[in-house]
Design a protein around this ligand. Structure first.
Ligand SMILES: Cc1cc2nc3c(=O)[nH]c(=O)nc-3n(C[C@H](O)[C@H](O)[C@H](O)COP(=O)(O)OP(=O)(O)OC[C@H]3O[C@@H](n4cnc5c(N)ncnc54)[C@H](O)[C@@H]3O)c2cc1C
Length: 456
């Protein structure tokens, strides 16, 4: 049994705490919030998770909300190259559904679970000098403090960190009112609208701590663009009002759906930005003692691909394996680095690449894939070639290693289209292109483009 200290009671600190506790280790969690304070505060993010993450939560007995959530069954993507021009859609099914639970509800419950399962909990805001004491008293100290000040202990990895400034201005809101399904869509998706000039807007089925099944809506605005209107908002009500205006202006196809939206609770919103950053996993304290970073503290990504918490969960699974393999040997700096590298190679790098890929202008390869899948409708049991392509794209949210390397390379993308459709890539591309051209013509005539599956 090892003695392990963890700073931070967000998703990742708590997953690590439960996993290590289950493996028989003594765990002490240091949190600046009590379970009650979690319920009173602001969420740290949306944190929709896909199956690889949910599997870990099931193994740890933390999946308390499975019979209450509206499962995320897939993704519906609409690409609008110019305002109001609905160029194409993708509707893909996940092989196993995902879910988004209010992180405040989750941390509240998981902290209480930890105490029941023999974990120790200290409520305090840990300073660097206190971290010295904690590190001295434990075999391993994990810092899962999110993007808070303690992350400065860990040097930014300049070679891996592609950006030094946020790529999007974010506005996130928990809303009740809009119905839980979309007419004509055969699944409950993350509904994703991409405006290459302006940014992205997406809505995620969400289990809110007070109102239950509802929505979490996220605006990802390119700085200075038409979606970048939330910077001055001072309340959640203002955020929702600004969002309603933007729906009417830029997303009229969903404006009626959003019209009834009201803030789910006064704290259920965020406005800000994330600088996508990879840090070194080992932090050296003034005494020379070493602590290890976990979750957003070591790697924070823009939420555009819904990957931060998923990525942290994959770190935790890797950590649990590495701790088990370490036996009684010390958790030294070399072990911390090797542990992170093992995760980074398998999951971290593809996740970072996938997220950055969505932040950047669409590549010719991705354009070909989107054209080739055109016609996907997400219907259960649809085994058509276009559906297989759309499903493969959607599954990448669960495991970004699946096709991120493919869509970064035109040759591999064409090969992937051929293999998945069982025909020439160009035939699939041309078929999709014809459908897209038909939608463009209909819009020119002032008609609905009639994209699959019918509604948008
Ligand atoms: C708008 C938005 C939407 C998102 N959507 C998604 C999504 O759909 N899917 C997804 O996977 N990810 C998403 N993310 C990212 C996801 O929310 C984060 O990756 C995840 O919550 C990080 O968890 P964490 O435990 O590492 O950090 P946090 O959730 O930030 O938790 C860290 C905790 O440590 C505490 N703490 C900090 N400093 C101290 C200290 N000195 N002493 C004690 N405690 C301390 C903090 O109070 C906090 O409670 C989103 C993020 C944002 C901002």
């Amino acid at each position: 049994m090892r003695n392990i200290g963890i700073i931070g009671s967000g998703i990742i600190g708590l997953l690590a705490a439960h996993g290590l506790r289950k493996a028989g280790h003594q765990v002490t969690l240091y949190s600046d919030r009590t379970p009650e304070q979690w319920l009173q505060g602001r969420p740290t993010g949306t944190a929709a998770r896909f199956d690889l993450s949910l599997q870990l939560e099931r193994e740890l007995g933390l999946n308390h909300w499975d019979d209450q959530v509206h499962w995320v069954e897939g993704a519906h993507l609409l690409v609008c190259p110019a305002p109001l021009n609905r160029l194409l859609t993708l509707t893909g099914r996940l092989s196993r559904a995902g879910q988004a639970i209010d992180v405040r509800l989750q941390s509240h419950r998981w902290m209480m679970d930890l105490a029941e399962r023999g974990g120790r909990i200290h409520i305090e805001s840990v300073t660097v000098s206190r971290l010295e004491e904690i590190a001295a008293a434990h075999d391993l100290t994990l810092v899962a403090a999110g993007r808070a000040e303690l992350c400065q202990l860990f040097e930014r990895d300049a070679a891996r960190s592609v950006y030094d400034a946020p790529q999007r201005q974010l506005a996130m809101m928990c809303v009740k009112g809009p119905k839980m399904r979309f007419d004509g869509l055969p699944l409950v998706p993350v509904k994703f609208n991409a405006f290459p000039e302006a940014g992205e807007v997406f809505y995620i089925p969400y289990l809110h701590k007070d109102v239950g099944p509802s929505w979490n809506v996220l605006f990802e605005a390119k700085p200075g663009g038409p979606l970048d209107r939330f910077r001055e908002a001072r309340s959640g009500e203002q955020v929702v009002e600004i969002a309603k205006g933007l729906f009417r202006e830029l997303l009229p196809w969903d404006a009626d759906w959003f019209q009834s939206a009201e803030l789910s609770d006064p704290n259920g919103w965020l406005v800000g930005a994330v600088t996508p950053t990879v840090r070194r996993p080992v932090g050296r304290l003034p005494s020379g003692r070493e602590v290890m970073a976990l979750g957003d503290t070591v790697m924070s990504v823009d939420p555009i691909a819904g990957q931060g918490a998923n990525n942290g969960s994959k770190q935790v699974r890797n950590l649990l394996e590495c701790v088990a393999e370490r036996g009684d040997r010390p958790f030294d700096a070399a072990w911390m680095s090797a542990t992170f590298e093992r995760f980074y190679e398998r999951h971290g790098q593809p996740t970072y690449a996938f997220t950055n890929f969505l932040l950047e202008p669409i590549t010719p390869a991705a354009r070909e894939l989107l054209m080739a899948q055109y016609g996907s409708d997400g219907r259960r049991g649809n085994q058509s070639a276009v559906q297989r392509l759309a499903d493969a794209f959607t599954e990448n949210f669960n495991d970004p290693a699946l096709i991120t390397p493919v869509v970064q390379d035109q040759g591999r993308t064409r090969d992937f289209i051929s293999r998945t459709t069982g025909g020439a890539w160009f035939a699939a591309f041309a078929r999709g292109g014809l459908g897209v051209a038909r939608g463009q013509l209909l819009q020119k005539l002032g008609l609905d483009p009639k994209h699959p599956p019918q509604r948008v």
